[in-house]
Design a binder for this molecule. Structure first.
Ligand code: ADP
Ligand code: MG
Length: 282
């Protein structure tokens, strides 16, 4: 908690002094950052399922795995990268485009994660100017897609900040369990600070209730609490708790491909429609 507070406090300075130098870049497509500093809330599942759903709507889609745990890649049956992308160019370094791999799904490309992605976090802390190079690399790549999704690590560190800074909308999955809203205010503060740096570029895409179990009173209590807090920014669609989702991941397939008639698949398709129906203000 203490460390996160320090991070949130240092954010405006970090962004103003470094990213502020390159100004606001307008993006053609929609770029979604799936973030929550808590682990196990459904970030990766949401990023993978939505990427799959967007790709199925014939949109050219890229999923970027920013988490050193590399679950987004494994959820699609892909191997993590051996070398972290974004590290300084060395003789053997390859461009970002060379690290992107096609998924087994038409229209879907993936920048897999790497166990070494943690080094990028350290690099951004120790050499903040490096963020300019990395941000530019990202922009060039992002510009080639209709939809891009960042699967963030469970922290509000530099990688999450960079993903937020590169995005047009942020989604916050919240698990319908005890302490669901723990850290939410802090997360929103970090998002608002990025928004102040990029007026009219980053929007609250929405808070998403995940692992929703309608038979539990606790779920309804949490839903009331989250909807009272978030109002219109909470998605109407909720993602049910569905064991088929974990099963699909163990087979390296998104839920919509693995079990298209399952509750989980239907919910993610509905969420995709809700997102596509929402027209960005800018
Ligand atoms: P995060 O990326 O936030 O850490 P994950 O998407 O990896 O969270 O989900 C954490 C675990 O919960 C995974 O094992 C995943 O299979 C499982 N899971 C995610 N969403 C659901 C769901 N709707 N129903 C049941 N299990 C889920
Ligand atoms: Mg994850």
């Amino acid at each position: 908690m203490h460390q996160e507070t320090i991070l949130a406090g240092s954010l405006p300075f970090f962004l103003l002094t470094v990213l502020g130098k390159i100004g606001t870049i307008r993006l053609m497509g929609r770029v979604f950052c799936v973030a929550n500093q808590k682990g196990g809330v459904g970030k990766t599942t949401t990023a993978v399922s939505l990427a799959d759903a967007f790709a199925k709507s014939s949109a050219k889609t890229l999923l970027i795995d920013f988490d050193p745990q590399c679950n987004a890649a494994s959820g699609l049956g892909l191997e993590p990268l051996q070398t972290a992308p974004f590290l300084p160019i060395t003789e053997s370094a390859v461009s970002l485009a060379d690290l992107i791999v096609p998924a087994q799904i038409p229209n879907l490309d993936v920048l897999p994660g790497s166990r070494n992605t943690a080094e990028v976090e350290v690099l951004l802390r120790t050499k903040p100017d490096e963020v300019i190079r990395i941000h530019e690399q990202l922009q060039q790549t992002i510009g080639q897609y209709d939809f891009v999704l960042f699967d963030c690590p469970p922290s509000l560190g530099r990688l999450t900040q960079l993903a937020l800074f590169s995005s047009t909308e942020v989604f916050i999955p919240i698990q319908c369990e005890f302490f669901a809203m723990e850290g939410l205010t802090q997360m929103i503060e970090v998002i608002q600070k990025v928004m102040e740096q990029k007026p009219e570029q980053l929007e609250f895409g929405g808070i998403l209730l995940t692992m929703y179990n309608a038979s539990l009173e606790l779920t309804h209590e949490i839903e009331r609490e989250v909807r009272d807090f978030g109002g219109e920014i909470v998605f109407k669609t909720v993602i049910p708790r569905d064991a088929t989702i974990s099963e699909a991941q163990s087979h390296g397939k998104p839920i919509i491909d693995y079990a298209p008639r399952s509750h989980g698949a239907r919910a993610y398709m509905e969420l995709c429609m809700e997102i596509l129906d929402h027209r960005r203000k800018m």
